[in-house]
Unconditional design. Sequence first.
Length: 257
Amino acid sequence: MSEFGALLTRGQVEAWVAERAEVFRQHSELAARLDDLDRKLEAVRCLLPEDTADALFHPETKKPRAEWSFTELVLDVLAATDRGYTPAELRTLLNDDPEVGQKSRRSHNGVSNALQRLAAKDEVSKLGPRYYLPTTLQRIQSGEIVEQVENEDATSFNARMHAAMEDFGRPFVAKDAHEVAKRHGTLSEDLSEQPTRIYSWLSREVFRGRLLKEGSVYYYPSQRDEALAVARSAPTVTGEVAPSPIENVTDLYGKSR
């Protein structure tokens, strides 16, 4: 045993273990409280004019609108690249950029609301799931420039599934995802592969953290409260009795094992 180990007593180790458990408990409670406050504040933000919300939620940015506003930041991002963004892509870009700072952080709904306000004033244009500066969209459609969309572009299965489920707008079970994908034309006509592909996509996105799961109910982080309520109740969002967690995707579609 090392000299350090020889100096330790059982009581000291047990005290550290107990202290760690207490710190972990406090951390979990604080994280849950922080999530709850973020949801409440985002709900309030959506009800306020942008300038009022910025001054209230970010006192350090109490400057004239010309100096800083979230919608101006969105326009700057769109102008800096010859492409469009979905709300999810724009939120990820802003939240992950250390140079932008805390004042730009928004929920998915917060980013969507900002883009919708800009679209209502014709300052951005929407094509499919993405928003563009009108001049950028005109140049893309005329062939003057080629839109540079990284890996997950609008034609990819993953991006189209997320766009479809975000439009669906509420927690869902695997069968919901299957029906929505069929309506949006996301799936191929090979019916034999559809259940497996949907289940693989759900499992992958839960692993990546873009989707969360409670029992058999899948949801986006912003839908947590609604998802927990759905998971505790008997009916699902499709009006069916919520199935137990799926172990074999073929069971969901009534096929024999």
